[in-house]
Write a protein that binds this ligand. Structure first.
Ligand code: SAH
Length: 404
């Protein structure tokens, strides 16, 4: 086909609908031809079956998601300037976070939903930690890092934590995935604040970029229900929910996790503040086993948090994931005292919030207890979901109170 677009992908007939509706992913099956031998991550024009340009995206030859859209406007070519502008705009949308001062750690760039597919950037009181997880994100790495340094107020350094599984699926090298990209090395542990609570974050070795920023709103909800509670925090990681409960006056907190390193940091976090009163226990165990042990011992709690890692990476693992969620929720429901609270979460994008609620309803039925939903939570506002990209919604939570 004659075209002025040297590097381009041409879509199959009737496969332009999603792109025209601003969905950022083009799967390999939608593509009829690739012209101009684009390099991994390079910008290609996206042409419909008639040869009309409907936007520009980054080419990912090794991924099923073959193109990630950067621009839905034929006249707006995706170049370094556009990418830098996207970074600046995303940071600008977080202005309130700096102004209101509730937290010194939040997400600056949230991938597809901020118009930058595969790009994550999180702020930890002076440092920006990035995850570049697509060919396009890596192709534009220099422009992205420069823009983060330029537009983030008070930025002292940019650190790379791109050691993520999806880099392999994108055919990207493991080398160069971690380390300092600009400015000063971050300290071993960065101290951040959230609603008056202090947390230490290990940005080099921690999960994701170091902290579960996405659970900020849920931590506040759990705190609001924790006064006087005897709490069990399952999948505690560095203790977030337990520390929020302590600040709100919990009587005792059991931090339960399988990782000794996570619990070690949870302990250090508890020692940062000298609030008296709350008793902390640290239990290094598998939640699936420990909940059964508590059941057999007749141990009960007023407040239980279940915040497991992702159980399903894809729709194919959905049923296995459902069994895992039902198992822990059923066990936890049985451990609650009358009027007890269960805050239960799923961060598996493949599990919809409706499906998660169904799983919890069935768990309640099998536990032979009544529950009312007192709150629903989702990923915090610095982790937005583009309305054209429902896949961006991954974290959901239900806060349940037993009625008997
Ligand atoms: N609630 C945490 C985040 C949880 S991340 C927060 O708000 O910060 C998931 C945690 O589950 C990790 O710390 C991991 O070590 C732990 N984990 C994974 N599988 C586990 C299991 N079977 N039993 C106990 N902990 C587990």
């Amino acid at each position: 086909m004659e075209t002025k677009y040297a590097k381009h992908v041409a879509l199959n007939p009737r496969r332009d609908h999603a792109t025209r509706h601003r969905h950022p992913w083009i799967f390999s099956g939608a593509i009829r031809a690739v012209e101009g031998d684009p390099a991994p991550g390079e910008t290609v024009a996206v042409l419909d079956a008639k040869g009309e340009c409907i936007g520009w995206g980054s080419y990912s030859p090794a991924s099923q998601i073959r193109v990630r859209m950067l621009s839905f406007d034929a006249g707006l070519v995706a170049d370094a300037e556009l990418v830098a502008g996207r970074v600046a705009a995303a940071i600008g949308r977080r202005a309130d976070f700096w102004v209101n001062g509730y937290t010194s750690a939040f997400r600056l760039v949230h991938g597809e939903s901020d118009g930058l597919p595969g790009v994550i950037a999180d702020w930890y009181d002076g440092w920006v930690v990035v995850q570049l997880a697509s060919a396009g994100a890596v192709y534009w790495q220099d422009a992205i890092v420069k823009a983060l340094e330029t537009f983030t107020p008070g930025c002292r350094g940019v650190y790379n934590r791109s050691d993520v599984d999806c880099r392999v699926r994108e055919g990207l090298p493991a080398e160069g995935a971690t380390g300092l990209l600009a400015g000063e090395e971050p300290p071993e542990l960065i101290e951040v604040r959230e609603g008056g609570i202090r947390y230490l974050v290990d940005v080099r070795h921690g999960h994701k970029t170091g902290f579960y920023l996405d659970q900020r709103d849920a931590r506040a909800v759990v705190g609001s229900l924790a006064n006087g509670a005897d709490m069990l925090n399952c999948f505690a990681y560095t203790g977030g929910f337990g520390l929020a409960a302590r600040a709100a006056g919990a009587m005792s907190v059991t931090q339960l996790d399988i990782s000794p390193a996570a619990l070690e940091l949870a302990k250090r976090n508890a020692e940062l503040d000298h609030l008296c009163g709350t008793r902390f226990d640290y239990v290094e165990a598998d939640v699936f086993k420990q909940l059964r042990l508590y059941r057999d011992q007749g141990r009960q709690f007023d407040l239980i948090v279940l915040d497991p890692p992702k159980f399903a990476d894809s729709k194919g693992q959905l049923m296995r994931a459902a069994r895992g969620y039902k198992d822990i929720n059923l066990l936890a429901m049985k451990l609650l005292r009358p009027n007890g609270i269960l805050a239960t979460f799923s961060c598996s994008g493949a599990v919809s919030s409706a499906f998660f609620e169904t799983i919890c309803r069935e768990a309640a039925f099998d536990a032979r207890r009544g529950f009312q939903i007192v709150a629903r939570t989702r990923q915090a506002a610095d982790h937005p979901v583009d309305i054209a990209f429902p896949e961006g919604e991954y974290l959901k939570g239900l806060v349940l109170r037993s009625t008997d």
